[in-house]
Design a protein around this ligand. Structure first.
Ligand code: HEC
Ligand code: HEC
Ligand code: HEC
Ligand code: HEC
Ligand code: HEC
Length: 439
C-alpha cells in the first residue's frame, strides 16, 4: 500500500467511527425524548389529593411496581429489611436506653411499604403515650394537614402534632406515597414535609442564606437527596404542642446539633440508672451523608438507593428503595469499575471497623454507669456527680448518632470514627471523674 492510500483508509476509519458516534448519540437523544414523553401518557388525572399510589400506578406502572417491591425482607450483614429485635442482638442497648421507650422495642428498619403498620404495632406506641407528630414521616399526610389547617399546611401540621397519636392516626390511610415526592401535574421532584422545609431554612440561615426554599432554589441533584432528607434525619418534639423540629439551627454536625439542644435545655429522657438528662439520636442519614466523600462529590441518596434501570427501551429510577448491597451492579458499578466482590469488600471493611468502635463505645458507657452506681453507694453528692452526668450525655449522644444512623458508618466513614472516638473519650473521662467523686 502506498502512503497516500494508507492515509485514505485512516481517514475513512476515523469518519466511520465519528458517524457511528453521532448515530449513537442521536439514538440516545431519541431514547431520552421518548422517556420524557412517557410522562405525557395520562390515564388518570392526578391531583394533590390523590394519595393512593395505585392510582398513580395506572399512569406509571413501572415505578409503582418498584414501590410495591419494598415489602421484601432480605437481610444484609449490617442492614437489610428483616425487622429483627435489636435489643436482643445488642443487649447493651437495653441499659443505654434505660427508662426510655426504646428499651421496650427497637427493631431493624425495613421497606417503605411497612412504615405505617410498623409504627402502629411497636410497643413504643402501644405502651407509651405518643403524639400525632410521629405520623409526619410515616404516612402520606399533607392533604390531612391542608384539611385540618383550612388550607394552611403549616397550621394543620402544628395542630396534628399536638393531637394524641390515636386521634391523628384516624386521619391517614397510606404510608409514603408518590404525591410526597412528586408534583402531580409535572411529576417533577419536590419536598412537601413542613419539618424539612422549616429545618433546612434554619440550616441555610446558619450558612448565611435567607429564606431558603428548596422547591425553587435547589438543583435537581440536590432534590435527589432532599426528598429523602424529609424523613431520614434527627428530630425532636418542641414544647407542649410537640411541634416536630429538625435541630439544624447551627449546622448538621453532631456537636452543632448537641449545641442547639444544650441551648434550648432539651433532653429526651432521664436515664433511669444514672439520672443523667440524655438525648436520643434518630436515623441521621441525611446529616451523616453530608459529611462524607459521596456528598462532597455530588452523589445523591437516589444515586445509590434508587439507581437507574432499563426496562426495555425505557430508563427509569428504581423505586424499590433498599440496601444498595443487594444491587451493587446498578448502585455502585455505574461509577466504580471494580468488580462486585471488591465493592462489597470495601463496604464490609468500613462497616466492620465501625462496628468494632461501637462495641468499644458500648463497653465504655456500661463501665461509666457501673462507676456512677458505685460512687452513689459510696455517698457521692449530686453536685459531685453533675459533671459526670454531663459527660454521659455527650458520650451517649455521640454513640447513638452513629448507632441510629443506618449505614454502619458507610455514609461518612471517617466522620463516624471521629464521633465514636470522642464518645469513648467522654465515657472514660466520666468513669474516671465518677471514681474520684467519692473516695
Ligand atoms: C454512595 C452510595 C450511597 C449514598 C449516596 C447513600 N447511601 Fe445509604 N447506604 C449505602 C450503603 C452501602 C448502605 C449499607 C447497606 C447495608 O448495610 O445493607 C446504606 C444504608 C442505608 C440505610 C439502611 C439500609 C438498610 O438496609 O438497613 C438507609 C436508611 C440509607 N442508607 C439512607 C440513605 C439516605 C437517606 C441517603 C442520602 C441522605 C443515603 N442513604 C445515601 C449507600 C449509600
Ligand atoms: C423525622 C421523621 C420521623 C419521625 C417524626 C418519626 N419517625 Fe419513625 N422512623 C423514621 C425513619 C426514617 C425510620 C427508618 C430508619 C430507622 O428505623 O432508623 C423510622 C423507623 C421507625 C420504626 C421502625 C424501626 C424501630 O425503631 O423499631 C418505628 C417503630 C418508628 N419509626 C416509630 C416512630 C414513632 C413511635 C414516632 C413518634 C415518636 C416516630 N417513629 C417518628 C422517621 C421518623
Ligand atoms: C415520609 C418519610 C420518608 C421518606 C420521604 C423516605 N423515607 Fe426511607 N424510610 C422511612 C421509614 C419510616 C422507614 C422504615 C419503615 C419501617 O421500618 O417500617 C424507611 C426505610 C428506608 C430504608 C430501609 C429499607 C430496607 O429495606 O431496609 C431505606 C434504604 C430508605 N428508607 C431509604 C430512603 C431513601 C433513599 C429515600 C429518598 C429517595 C427515602 N428513604 C425517603 C421514611 C421515609
Ligand atoms: C421518596 C421519594 C419518592 C417517592 C415516594 C416516589 N418517587 Fe418517583 N422518583 C423519585 C426520584 C428521586 C426520582 C428521580 C427523579 C430525577 O432524577 O429527576 C423519581 C422519578 C420518577 C419518575 C420519572 C422517571 C424515572 O423513573 O426516573 C416517575 C414517572 C416516578 N418517579 C413515578 C413515581 C410513582 C408512580 C410513585 C408512587 C408509586 C413514585 N414515583 C414515588 C422519588 C420518589
Ligand atoms: C454517582 C457516582 C457514584 C456512585 C453511584 C457510587 N460512588 Fe462511591 N465514590 C464516587 C466518587 C466520585 C468518590 C470519590 C472519589 C474521590 O474523590 O477519590 C467515591 C468514593 C467511594 C469510596 C471511597 C471512600 C473514601 O472515604 O475514600 C468508596 C469505598 C465507595 N465510593 C464505595 C461505593 C459503593 C459501595 C457504592 C454503591 C453502594 C458507591 N460507591 C456508589 C462516586 C460514586
Amino acid at each position: 500500500m502506498t502512503k497516500s492510500r494508507a492515509g485514505f483508509f485512516a481517514i475513512l476509519i476515523v469518519v466511520a467511527a465519528a458517524t457511528a458516534g453521532v448515530m449513537w448519540l442521536f439514538l440516545n437523544i431519541h431514547d431520552r425524548k421518548e422517556e420524557a414523553q412517557e410522562v405525557a401518557f395520562r390515564l388518570v388525572n392526578l391531583t394533590e389529593d390523590t394519595v393512593d399510589p395505585a392510582e398513580w400506578g395506572k399512569n406509571f406502572p413501572r415505578q409503582y411496581d418498584g414501590y410495591r417491591r419494598t415489602v421484601d425482607t432480605v437481610r444484609t450483614r449490617f442492614g437489610g429489611s428483616e425487622a429483627f429485635q435489636k435489643l436482643d442482638t445488642e443487649p447493651a442497648l437495653r441499659r443505654i436506653f434505660a427508662g426510655y421507650a426504646f428499651s421496650l422495642d427497637y427493631r431493624e428498619e425495613r421497606g417503605h411499604a411497612y412504615m405505617l403498620s410498623d409504627q402502629d404495632e411497636t410497643r413504643r406506641v402501644l405502651e407509651r403515650e405518643q403524639s400525632g407528630a410521629c405520623l409526619h414521616c410515616h404516612s402520606s399526610i399533607i392533604p390531612t394537614y391542608r384539611k385540618i389547617g383550612n388550607g394552611d399546611i403549616q397550621k394543620g401540621f402544628e395542630d396534628v402534632c399536638a393531637m394524641p397519636y390515636a386521634e391523628a392516626r384516624k386521619l391517614v390511610d397510606h404510608p409514603i406515597a408518590c404525591v410526597d415526592c412528586h408534583d402531580p401535574k409535572t411529576m417533577s421532584l419536590r419536598v412537601t414535609r413542613p419539618g424539612f422545609l422549616n429545618g433546612i431554612k434554619e440550616a441555610m440561615r446558619a450558612r448565611g442564606i435567607a429564606n431558603y426554599d428548596p422547591n425553587t432554589m435547589a438543583t435537581r441533584q440536590e432534590m435527589r437527596s432532599y426528598v429523602c432528607g424529609q424523613c431520614h434525619v434527627e428530630y425532636y418534639f418542641k414544647g407542649d404542642r410537640k411541634t416536630l423540629t429538625y435541630p439544624w439551627h447551627r449546622g448538621w454536625k453532631v456537636e452543632q446539633i448537641e449545641a442547639y439542644y444544650d441551648s434550648v435545655g432539651f433532653a429526651d429522657w432521664t436515664h433511669s440508672e444514672t439520672g443523667a438528662k440524655v438525648l436520643k439520636a434518630q436515623h441521621p442519614e441525611f446529616e451523616m451523608w453530608n459529611q462524607g466523600i459521596h456528598a462532597r462529590s455530588g452523589v445523591a441518596c437516589a444515586d445509590c438507593h434508587m439507581p437507574y434501570m432499563r426496562d426495555g427501551a425505557i430508563k427509569i429510577s428504581d423505586h424499590h428503595v433498599r440496601s444498595p448491597l443487594l444491587n451493587v451492579a446498578r448502585a455502585c458499578q455505574t461509577c466504580h469499575p471494580q468488580p462486585e466482590a471488591e465493592m462489597i469488600g470495601r463496604v464490609d471493611q468500613i462497616q466492620e471497623r465501625t462496628r468494632q468502635l461501637m462495641d468499644r463505645t458500648e463497653a465504655a458507657l456500661l463501665a461509666l454507669y457501673d462507676e456512677v452506681a458505685g460512687a452513689r453507694t459510696r455517698g457521692a453528692s449530686a453536685s459531685a456527680l453533675a459533671p459526670v452526668l454531663a459527660l454521659q450525655r455527650k458520650a451517649q449522644f455521640r454513640f447513638d448518632f452513629v448507632a441510629a444512623e443506618n449505614s454502619m458508618g458507610f455514609h461518612a466513614p471517617q466522620e463516624a470514627a471521629r464521633i465514636l472516638g470522642e464518645a469513648i473519650d467522654y465515657a472514660r473521662q466520666g468513669q474516671v471523674a465518677a471514681a474520684r467523686s467519692a473516695r
